[in-house]
Write a protein that binds this ligand. Structure first.
Ligand code: MV4
Length: 441
């Protein structure tokens, strides 16, 4: 068991990681930027080390400073959290070369999964359904027109180095294709220094469903069911729930088995997610997230498994201490992300509580919300016997939530929870745009 771990992250996820480390008896060192000197994670950690100025390029993305801090403090492991360096294969490699454990999969695995074309080819080899499209990046305009006609319009152009919605373009007909292809490839080149793009059939208003995986270095892999993340705005998730109202028991079993097979063959370790698009009774591989995710508490609620604990232990060489047959998924869980609309001082913070309510946050009364980082302030997670009970409990929790001084999206969350489209449970990734349109009328 490792004794000392450095957390190379901030905000609620740093607090979340410290909490599990305390329970495991692991000493924590939190690496922080100058802007975060008063952050809650510094109070909860055993020790803190400043790794640079507010600008994340010089702090949370500064691999040299982070690794030096970990080495000087005698840390045996680095937890990258989510975002920042969590899926950077170069960072994972540097950490391991410094003789420190990277809490995540091996650098080669992160690298393979970061290439969306290679990831999709790996899914195909593992007999996982994929969206019809080109097997390789397009390298010729005329050939692309032929390929697109074969796939059938509308099609979507995706960047091989993209993911998470970056660098995507929808093409509705043949005459637009060549022009948009040039733009998409140019954008990909600018954003990722990799202009390779590929084509897929465009699915209208699918659901976004992902399966949570845990794996050890001995080839043991389990899944903790799915999360539905269809309620999103500009690729920012707002609500996640499990189980998904669009997934049948048969689909759940097949998706889970597909996920486990893929991660076994990848030689994956730690926590990971496979993302699918779901339309009617069909599901299609989209990409793999080689990290723990913001919405992991939803799966913790329905499975009773501490995902961060299993992630840390498996990445430090322990065997998973759970088998698939020991995992039973119970009830329903939902998470609402509470975001700041503006930076500023939180003058009063009184989070909700009560039966089956969990709040993961780094806020306290008097803390400052920095303009330098993402807007996530708190995650409210509630658990219930079924979807309707869970939604009602979330409404109660959000009604209780007192958060003054900064503007938040709590009122938007309340209108989603109350909306018939959401309550019926029959929706896709377009759902929020419909709800917002109605609000404006
Ligand atoms: C798609 C798609 C429809 N058809 N691919 C967005 C995130 C990135 N990982 C892939 N995404 C999509 N890929 C095909 N062939 C629709 C989306 C998409 C989406 C997916 C998940 C969650 C929200 C989304 C919002 C818009 C588009």
């Amino acid at each position: 068991m490792i004794k000392k771990l450095l957390i190379a992250n901030r905000g609620e996820i740093a607090v979340r990681i410290i909490r599990t480390c305390k329970e495991l008896g692991i000493e924590t060192i939190v690496a922080y930027s100058e802007a975060d000197k008063d952050s809650l994670s510094l109070r909860f950690a055993d020790k803190s080390v400043c790794i640079g100025p507010a600008n994340s390029k010089e702090s949370y993305l500064n691999s040299r400073n982070i690794i030096t801090a970990a080495a000087l403090e005698g840390c045996e492991a680095i937890h990258p959290g989510v975002g920042f360096l969590a899926e950077n294969p170069g960072f994972a490699r540097e950490v391991e070369e410094a003789g420190i454990i990277f809490i995540g999969p091996k650098a080669e695995v992160i690298e393979l999964l970061g290439d969306k074309v290679k990831a999709k080819q790996t899914a195909i080899k593992n007999k996982i359904p994929v969206i019809p499209g080109t097997k390789d990046p397009v390298d010729d305009e005329d050939q692309a027109v032929e390929q697109a006609k074969e796939i059938g319009f509308p099609i979507i152009i995706k960047a091989a180095a993209g993911g998470g919605g970056k660098g995507m373009r929808i093409v509705r007909n043949e005459k637009e294709l060549k022009g948009i292809l040039k733009i998409a490839s140019h954008e990909a080149e600018t954003a990722f220094s990799d202009g390779r793009v590929y084509l897929e059939k465009y699915l209208e208003n699918p659901r976004h469903v992902e399966v949570q995986i845990l794996a050890d270095e001995k080839g043991n892999v389990v899944h903790l069911g799915e999360r539905d993340c269809s309620v999103q705005q500009n690729h920012q998730k707002l609500i996640e729930e499990s189980p998904s109202s669009g997934v049948t028991p048969e689909m759940r079993k097949a998706m889970g088995e597909d996920a486990v097979r893929l991660f076994k063959n990848l030689g994956y370790r730690g926590a990971g997610t496979i993302e699918f698009l779901v339309q009617d009774k069909n599901y299609y591989f989209m990409e793999v997230n080689a990290r723990v995710q913001v919405e992991h508490p939803v799966s913790e609620c329905i499975s009773g498994v501490d995902i961060i604990k299993e992630q840390i232990l498996t990445c430090s060489g322990d065997a998973l201490n759970i088998e698939q047959k020991d995992i039973s998924l119970h009830g329903y869980a939902i998470e609402c992300r509470i975001n700041a609309k503006t930076p500023g001082e939180v003058t009063l913070y009184l989070p909700p509580g009560g039966f089956n309510v969990r709040v993961d946050s780094f806020l306290y009364s008097g803390c400052k919300v920095s303009p330098f980082y993402d807007a996530l302030l708190a995650k409210v997670i509630v658990f219930g016997d079924n979807r309707l009970e869970g939604i009602k409990r979330m409404q109660r929790a959000l009604d209780e939530f007192i958060l003054e001084g900064v503007e938040t999206n709590i009122s938007l969350q309340k209108s989603i929870l109350a909306h018939p489209l959401f309550r019926k449970g029959k929706f896709g990734t377009d759902v929020l745009s419909h709800i917002i349109k109605e609000e404006k009328n």
